[in-house]
Design a protein around this ligand. Sequence first.
Ligand SMILES: [Fe+2]
Length: 261
Amino acid sequence: MAGKSEKEIIGNFEVSKAGLVTRREILTMGAVAAAGALVTPALAAAGAASAPAPAGELYVAKDFSGLQGKLDGLSASQIEQHIKLYKGYIGKSNELRSKLKDVDLSTANATYSAVREMLVEQSFAVNGVIYHEFYFGNLGGKGGDPSGELKSALEERWGSIAKFNDFLKAAGKSVRGWVVIGFNTRGGFIDSFGLDSHNIGSPANFVPLLVLDVYEHAYMVDYGIDRAKYLDAFLKNIDWDVVGKRFSIARKHPMGAEATI
Ligand SMILES: [Fe+2]
């Protein structure tokens, strides 16, 4: 990001100060994933660029190691273990994409078949990649309150930031996988969804803005089964600048059916 006075790198996008996408690299996971991996100050300091892709592998792990030891209430060990899990989804996403090229199509069947299992589990693996990138990408801040249009949008939906925080914590106690606060491109408003699994409960045309991982692996190292303490820690580390930039990108570059491209 250094030296880019007029532009900044957001995920796989080069974005002008006016918020316009000026260059797209060849994307492996689309605009949603690109917006998810915004480079936070903590990550930028650690050099958050992705490593070169091994030959033939389209999914490449982003470097979130800059979060280790930098978060308030989430230990380096906790984040290290979580990053290992994320990299596992990278590997399986590549494996499934590769194997689907040569899968036996003659046995296709909706009860059980190799092609069915690979397609379904690919959605689990790929969403495992994408949601984790959104999650790690919105950590590394100082929490507190958002600002600007994002703050206004959250207040319009929930009444106040305090009430939004109450909602987020309650949602975090109520689902088994992910809480996703995002931009609904169908209606042009902020909305919320809860997922019990990476690939169950994830609506189309919904761009994640703030992603909260509530799987036990996200907090077990630090808090055992005390999810409430983890949720308090999560709130203290939200990078609202990143979330605000995602909101800005989602509104300017909707990927929904109503987008005019
Ligand atoms: Fe996770």
